[in-house]
Design a protein. Structure first.
Length: 241
């Protein structure tokens, strides 16, 4: 057990839920922070509440360490952005090679606002679900970006922060496996039943991997990762039989 206090960037999606479980397994005290930035899939904000409630109920060993949840109004980011995550627009690649789901400055702002809160709450570790293995090319998800931001924020705040990204070098199948290792079937069921990933905000279609349209890039990545994980789990189970 690490005696440090942590703050998790928690959207209500699969990745941030894995990061929350990862932090709860390691740190003495964990708080969560979410952002309303005018996202079209704002149903994820409801998912946040359901995930936290389920974790408190089903994992009493974590409940005592799970502190306050903080919701920050960042709707100004949505007002500045013209993206497929903040507007009702078709998801497609842009001329610069990035998908139009990229919200410029989003993760940079998330970490800076989180650090401002962490400073006041005496939380020295900030955990995010950024990943450079399975990602859409978002420049603010890269390891170099997060490391550079950690240095800048620590210098600017006059306090050393550690930015942890436990998913940075694993793919989606490995994320499902990490989920299983952290909390077994109970945690996996919480993710399938309660988390939200779909860019279109679809919650009326349930699949083996959870709710979503099944077609947007976020659903496709989550579905394929789940299928690879289940296939590998089946092979391993047969090999150990």
């Amino acid at each position: 057990m690490n005696n440090q206090r942590a703050l998790v960037l928690f959207s209500g999606g699969q990745d941030s839920t894995v990061c929350l479980a990862w932090a709860l397994a390691r740190y003495a005290h964990v708080e969560t922070i979410g952002f309303d930035y005018g996202q079209r899939h704002r149903i994820e904000l409801d998912a946040r509440k359901n995930v936290i409630a389920s974790l408190r109920t089903q994992f009493p060993q974590w409940s005592a360490k799970l502190g306050d949840d903080h919701m920050i109004d960042l709707t100004v980011l949505g007002q500045l952005s013209d993206t497929a995550l903040t507007r009702d627009a078709e998801i497609k690649l842009q001329a610069n090679g990035l998908p139009n789901t990229f919200v410029p400055g989003r993760n940079l702002l998330f970490f800076q606002f989180a650090a401002a809160l962490a400073y006041r709450r005496e939380l020295s570790v900030i955990v995010g679900g950024m990943c450079e293995t399975d990602f859409s090319g978002y420049p603010d998800c890269r390891d170099d970006t997060i490391k550079a931001l950690q240095v800048a924020v620590s210098l600017g705040m006059g306090q050393r922060f550690t930015f942890e990204t436990p998913l940075m070098w694993i793919d989606k199948a490995e994320t499902w496996q990490l989920l299983q290792m952290l909390g077994g079937d109970a945690l996996t069921e919480i993710v399938v039943d309660n988390t939200h990933t779909c860019y279109h905000g679809v919650r009326d279609q349930k699949h083996a991997w959870g709710y979503g349209c099944g077609e947007c890039p976020a659903c496709d990545l989550r579905k394929k990762g789940y299928e690879r994980w289940r296939a590998a789990s089946t092979v391993n189970a047969k090999g150990s039989a």
